[in-house]
Design a protein around this ligand. Structure first.
Ligand code: ZN
Ligand code: ZN
Length: 359
């Protein structure tokens, strides 16, 4: 935590900020260790942590020793205005992406009693630091991925005609709760038959039938870190069309997994899979980007997309998830989590993917 704060302070210095108010809970967690649901961090010469009575006990246990803990009764702004160090500062940064306009107005109003400040909207100051994962973070994501593998393996025997998407999603969520104590990292997708043509379908009462593609997109949280994983299986015997489409997606994913390494652009990464799918005639049915970073958030930087910018950094953890979706018929997506290094990628999810599973 101390190293992270040091890094952040160096960035603040380069931007000429005297202090930064961090209000996004994931960023607060990243910088302080606090896992609760209400907190803010004021990073100046010293680091001040604000939470309310509910988290008095928890914050003492979790928040790194470097931060001064304030238990507020009237909100963080009312406490913040009392800090003596406000006298020495003028430029205060805030997280423009996360702080609401009304909270900002309130802050400005309250703090105007303590001095004249220049409020500066910042973007991604902490998020950019979170892109490159430390070894411990990768270990937590790997653990989340392995729990997800385990849950998927337990779900496979439950898949048969007559079972509904909602039944299966409930079975998945129940297991995530049992193994992690927490709800899934995002809302679990179980999409069968024509529903599998919708990349973000919600589970319905639809019962599985022979000839359906069935897509699961699921992930859990382990100590704050998310996993993200997708597999598609077929109910009954696969037809030629099922096998063909599955194999195009699989090949596209394999090309991307083989080609991705540190310092290639996110556009190039996306093209590794997209060009192949296009070559096979399904380009227009792969409408989303190839992947995204995963960490404290299930969707975070970098975005592996045709319209994305920048290069993939060594130490980032990203998904590789090409798909083909044929409206009214069905779709296939295969998604795995990988750690990017200079040499290539290391795959964190271990569930088999190399053959279309018939159930
Ligand atoms: Zn996913
Ligand atoms: Zn994903």
């Amino acid at each position: 935590m101390e190293q992270r704060l040091r890094k952040l302070k160096a960035k603040m210095k380069r931007k000429g900020l005297d202090a930064l108010l961090v209000t996004d809970l994931r960023n607060v967690r990243y910088l302080s260790g606090f896992t609760g649901s209400s907190a803010a961090l004021f990073v100046g010469r010293r680091t001040h942590f604000f939470t309310d009575f509910r988290y008095q006990e928890q914050s003492r246990k979790e928040v790194s020793a470097k931060a001064i803990i304030h238990i507020t009764t009237k909100g963080a702004a009312a406490e913040l205005v009392l800090l003596p160090e406000l006298k020495q500062i003028t430029k205060i940064g805030y997280e423009g992406v996360h702080l609401t306009c009304s909270l900002l107005e309130n802050l400005k109003k309250k703090l105007s009693k303590a001095g004249k400040f220049k409020w500066v909207s910042t973007a991604n100051m902490v998020e950019d630091m979170r892109v490159v994962k430390e070894a411990e973070e990768i270990a937590l994501i790997a653990r989340a991925a392995s729990i997800t593998d385990k849950v998927f393996a337990e779900i496979l025997p439950l898949i048969k005609p007559g079972v509904s998407e909602m039944d299966l999603s409930a079975e998945i969520i129940y297991r995530f709760m049992r193994y992690t104590g927490l709800p899934p990292a995002f809302s679990t997708i179980v999409a069968s038959g024509p529903n599998s043509a919708m990349p973000h379908a919600r589970p319905t009462k639809r019962k599985l039938r022979k000839g359906d593609f069935l897509t699961f997109d699921m992930g859990c949280q382990w100590k704050g870190y998310a996993s993200d994983f997708t597999r598609t299986v077929v109910i009954g015997k696969a037809t030629k069309k099922h096998t063909e489409i599955y194999n195009v997606v699989l090949q596209a994913q394999q090309r991307a997994i083989k080609g991705i390494r540190a310092n290639i652009s996110v556009k190039t990464a996306d093209a590794l899979a997209r060009d192949y799918i296009t070559e096979k005639g399904y380009g227009e049915y792969f409408g989303h980007s190839l992947g995204h970073g995963v960490g404290l958030n299930v969707h975070e930087a970098p975005r592996l997309a045709a319209l994305g910018n920048g290069k993939i950094k060594s130490g980032s953890v990203v998904t590789v998830e090409p798909g083909i979706y044929l409206p009214g018929w069905g779709g296939v997506r295969i998604e795995d989590l990988v750690v990017v290094t200079a040499q290539g990628v290391k795959i964190l999810s271990k569930s088999p993917r190399n053959k279309l599973v018939e159930l």
